[in-house]
Design a protein around this ligand. Structure first.
Ligand code: ZN
Length: 421
């Protein structure tokens, strides 16, 4: 972790943040968004209405709205919405994203690939680094075939899915790293999880999986797999390694944490989405204490802001435990403990090495001048300031707070097409 420099003077360690010169600017490494479903950006503003059809609105009723878009979108729609989403990401300071991609085809697996290529084009238009995670999806639940609304997600066998991932990797070459994902222990039977985990290991690529987001998933997993938790099942399937990222890990127990810590697996928390969907509160402090590396994602994109995700990790733990500065060791500042979660742990989750040519410049809050740089950095972490500039791979993608790589008028016209009618 670097020292903080303020007006050329080292003030004190406060995370991997560099405060530069007399100008009130603060420069950080690029933030890593380790969990995205770009097409869900389209839902923002359309799902905050209490559904008339449900006694309770919850994750499962939200999912119905999400499935409507997943079944309606063409690859051109996907590209437009993903461009919008990735543009928001760079303007917020994200420089890399893991795209957890399960809308594979139009209902016919022979046509798989068009949506994946649309996502890659969107990332290239914006200039964000992307790791594509084609996602295995086999069924609606234990012993239940895919629902009609899930047909676009499915492959007829794990081997067909793995062939598809490897073909995509060949087609994309140096354009984009391709890892793998298992949607969840609900959406894949045990044999699929074992096959995909083995393929990821053979290919030496990262493996991501949604785990323990909803209590319903735990009950179904225990019933299907002789009492195992989702984390226990992933462990039994060889899917828990240091290249594994478990997304959410909300409803987990101490044994799950011990398994994840032993395997050196990473956990991606998406607090703004977990809050938006009413998922629950993860035992973040317990995972952090067990040295499980935590990283962040914007997931459904209800909010796209790395600082909001980071401060929410701490904020949710404060609400849950009724304490303050929960994720800091004694004597440590909050930014010190949160910055690796936004940067280096995210890189590990994506299977990439941080690139020093990726960086973000923010305004320094006035507290930096009033109380010194370290307090200024913590004020920035808790209150946020405007992103001024984002550079990815040496290329300026955000200047004076605005993404300069995307033609706004063209994108607006494309989005109007998506929402026409
Ligand atoms: Zn997700």
């Amino acid at each position: 972790m670097n020292d903080v420099n303020f007006a050329g003077t080292v003030v004190q360690p406060s995370g991997d943040v560099d405060v530069r010169g007399d100008a009130p600017l603060l420069r950080t490494p690029g933030f890593v968004n380790a969990h995205s479903h770009a097409f869900q950006r389209a839902l923002r503003g359309r799902v905050e209405v209490r559904s008339a059809q449900h006694a309770d609105d919850n994750f499962w009723s939200w999912r119905e709205a999400m499935y409507q878009d997943a079944n309606r979108f063409t690859p051109a729609h996907m590209e437009a919405v993903a461009t919008w989403c990735y543009r928001d990401m760079v303007e917020a300071g994200y420089t890399a994203v893991a795209e957890f991609h399960y809308v594979h085809h139009d209902g016919d697996e022979q046509h798989a690939g068009a949506f994946a290529h649309a996502l890659v084009r969107a990332a290239q238009r914006v200039g964000i680094r992307m790791v594509l995670l084609p996602t295995a999806y086999a069924r609606a639940g234990a012993h239940q075939p895919l629902l009609p609304t899930q047909r676009r997600f499915g492959f007829s066998s794990s081997s067909r899915f793995i062939e598809h991932v490897r073909a995509l990797r060949m087609q994309l070459g140096a354009q984009c790293l391709v890892g793998m994902a298992v949607h969840s222990v609900r959406a894949c039977p045990r044999a699929w999880i074992e096959d995909v985990a083995a393929a990821a290991q053979d290919d030496d690529c990262v493996l991501h999986v949604h785990a323990c987001e909803q209590r319903q998933e735990l009950v179904a997993c225990a019933n299907e797999h002789a009492g195992l938790t989702p984390v226990g099942l992933l462990h039994a399937c060889g899917a828990l390694t240091e290249k594994t990222t478990l997304v959410h890990a909300t409803h987990i127990n101490e044994h799950d944490i011990a398994l994840m810590a032993h395997a050196r697996s990473i956990v991606c928390l998406t607090p703004s989405t977990e809050r938006n969907l009413g998922d629950g509160l993860a035992p973040i402090h317990a995972m952090h204490q067990a040295s499980v590396r935590l990283c962040i994602g914007s997931d459904s994109h209800a909010v796209i802001d790395p600082l909001e995700e980071l401060r929410s990790l701490e904020g949710h733990e404060r609400l849950r435990t009724e304490k303050r500065n929960v994720l800091c060791a004694p004597g440590q500042r909050l930014t010190q403990s949160l910055m690796p979660m936004g940067t280096s742990h995210g890189c590990a989750s994506l299977g990439v090495v941080a690139d020093a040519s990726d960086h973000v410049t923010f305004d320094m809050p006035i507290e930096g001048a009033l109380h010194g740089a370290a307090a200024g950095v913590d004020a920035w972490m808790m209150g946020g300031t405007r992103v001024q500039r984002v550079v990815i791979g040496g290329r300026e993608v955000v200047r004076e707070g605005r993404c300069v790589t995307v033609d706004d008028a063209a994108l607006r016209a494309q989005l109007q097409e998506v929402f026409r009618g």
